[in-house]
Design a protein. Structure first.
Length: 168
């Protein structure tokens, strides 16, 4: 084998190796992308499960639902022990929102899921009781979350009532 043939064979082998490396990198990128989607899906399901638990607790306990309903209209509508219960509910809801916010900030939650939660937040935050809770507990949350909630409270005229007015 001549020197020219040897260099040509070496060049072909190098090119083949390069093609294999590029193919491996493309495969790796596809696998990473699939894993990110799986992580996002799992985070979404976990967070939705947390919110469903809060909803089911309210739906299955009439006295708790009544406290939540009256508490949304303002803390003065509640006795001391009812305020404690309302704060436990509100804390669960705001903690859920914070977890969703954090997952969205890290890119672990699909954008459409985050936007859906933001619409729920905006609707709940129009109520005086939610705003009173926030004023007392906002320091529990990150500055970015504080900014988001404060902006939503400021835009409360652009939202929809959470529940229809009771008949009568």
């Amino acid at each position: 084998m001549s020197s020219a043939e040897f260099h040509q064979a070496l060049w072909i082998a190098s090119l083949a190796g390069l093609v294999l490396v590029v193919m491996a990198l493309v495969y790796l990128a596809l696998q990473i992308r699939a894993n990110i989607r799986a992580i996002q899906h799992n985070a979404n399901i976990t967070l939705r499960g947390q919110f469903v638990q809060i909803q089911m607790a309210l739906a299955s306990d009439e006295s708790l639902a009544e406290i939540y309903e009256r508490g949304l209209s303002g803390l003065k509508a509640l006795s001391g022990s009812e305020q404690v219960r309302f704060f436990m509910i509100a804390s669960s809801v705001f903690t859920y929102w914070y977890e969703v916010f954090s997952e969205a900030e890290r890119g672990l939650l699909p954008e459409e899921s985050w936007h859906g939660v933001q619409r729920i937040m905006a609707d709940v935050l129009q109520y005086p009781g939610a705003q009173e809770y926030w004023a007392l507990r906002r320091h529990w949350y990150s500055p970015d979350m504080q900014k988001l909630v404060d902006q939503m409270i400021g835009g409360a005229d652009k939202v929809h009532p959470m529940y229809p007015e009771p008949p009568g």
